[in-house]
Design a protein around this ligand. Structure first.
Ligand code: CTP
Ligand code: ZN
Length: 152
């Protein structure tokens, strides 16, 4: 099905391609990585067909390479994302995201009484289940699971 001569989003010369993002989480990925605040050329496609995800999104960031920790921050919204490092139009490396051990400042704690929900304290969690992604709050110890996850 895939035809490399007809990419849905144009090829880039140098930079990072993040593929296999669930379409409904594209803008969360953009916000988590701060792509809305950098001057680089960015192209994206969304609601593209994917056998695995139904509808996927892809983001291409020119002239930008990410640190492992930065990339792992998107794991909770795009656990199957695949990164392609592009140099001189060639894919020189592929990387999968990994769910990190700790997450800070992305997810809201499920407990309405948690300090992070009424004071200026960034939420901080320990990842207690990497497969289904459930998070234990560093402050109130309540568990926020995938189903109740809200993003800040
Ligand atoms: N890509 C790009 N610019 C390039 C080279 C590749 O934007 N100069 C993009 C392709 O559009 C694709 C991704 O990078 O979305 C990975 O490229 P490639 O490995 O050639 O594609 P696939 O083999 O289809 O990737 P995979 O099966 O690993 O998802
Ligand atoms: Zn809490």
């Amino acid at each position: 099905m895939k035809d490399k001569k007809h990419l849905s989003v144009s090829a880039i010369e140098n930079g990072t391609v993040i593929d296999h993002i669930p379409a409904q989480n594209l803008f969360k990925v953009i916000s988590i990585l701060g792509l809305d605040r950098i001057p680089n050329q960015i192209t994206f496609g969304t609601n593209l067909e994917s056998q695995r995800l139904g509808r996927k999104a892809i983001v291409k960031i020119a002239d930008k390479y990410f640190e492992r920790e930065e990339i792992n921050r998107i794991a909770i919204v795009a656990p199957h994302a695949k990164l392609n490092i592009i140099r001189d139009y060639e894919v020189v490396e592929k990387m999968l995201v990994e769910v990190p051990d700790h997450i800070t400042g992305i997810v809201r704690c499920v407990n309405p009484k948690c300090i992070t929900n009424f004071e200026n304290v960034a939420p901080k969690f320990e990842v207690v289940d990497k497969k289904n992604v459930s998070l234990k709050c560093h402050y109130c110890e309540k568990i926020t699971d995938q189903e109740h996850m809200e993003y800040r």
